[in-house]
Ligand binder design. Sequence first.
Ligand code: DX5
Ligand code: ZN
Length: 237
Amino acid sequence: MAESSNKIKIAPSILSADFSCLRAQVEEVSKAGADYIHVDIMDGHFVPPMTIGSLVVQAIRPYTKVPLDVHLMIEEPDKHIEHSLLGRAPSQIEQFAKAGADVITVHAEACSNLREVVEQIRKLGVKAGVSISPPTSPDVIADVLPYVDLVLVMTVNPGYAGQPFIEEMIAKISHVRKMLDERGLTAEMEVDGGISPKTARRVVEAGASVLVAGAAIFRKDTSISEAMKELRASYSD
Ligand code: DX5
Ligand code: ZN
């Protein structure tokens, strides 16, 4: 069942923020009523670009009370590296948990044992999310759904902000909503990629409960707070 529109959460993605004044941007989205702050982590392997690491999450943590929603677009996020001098280095998941992430979402395509990775995230006291890229069937996450706090359906191919929304993903959002509802599961359903006042209503009607938005929030032609209002108004009755 689709959420009533006033319960829909907005998660601005700081990938589109001005990194030269990131603290101010984080404070501004928080003041504008962001429900989550979405942080895109890319490793140059799972996706071509590299973005930021846990140090940046740690750096912004003191400046907002809004939950930090960390989207890991990285291969094997649970991998430990044995260092010849330093010994066992913490995995990326452990590093982001320690840095203050509230939700850590991993890609089904990037984990060899998804269920185990989800358990590891939860053991660290952090909410666990699983994500699927546009070509991936929702079947790959069917077994893990009862154990996650959030499902993230990508509506662009991961890697870049500002890409056009892939229309075919509307059917996938409805399908994942049905998978959750039929089993009485209460995980949040987040949608990420190409969300704007033009696409948000259809995404909400298909069953999304959290909207990630980068380019639609951090705009040159208007303030963050006006952009947030415009996005909310686009799907509210
Ligand atoms: C893309 C990222 C998104 C991105 C969304 O790989 O996961 O979170 O920032 O940007 P927009 O909203 O501009 O499509
Ligand atoms: Zn993202």
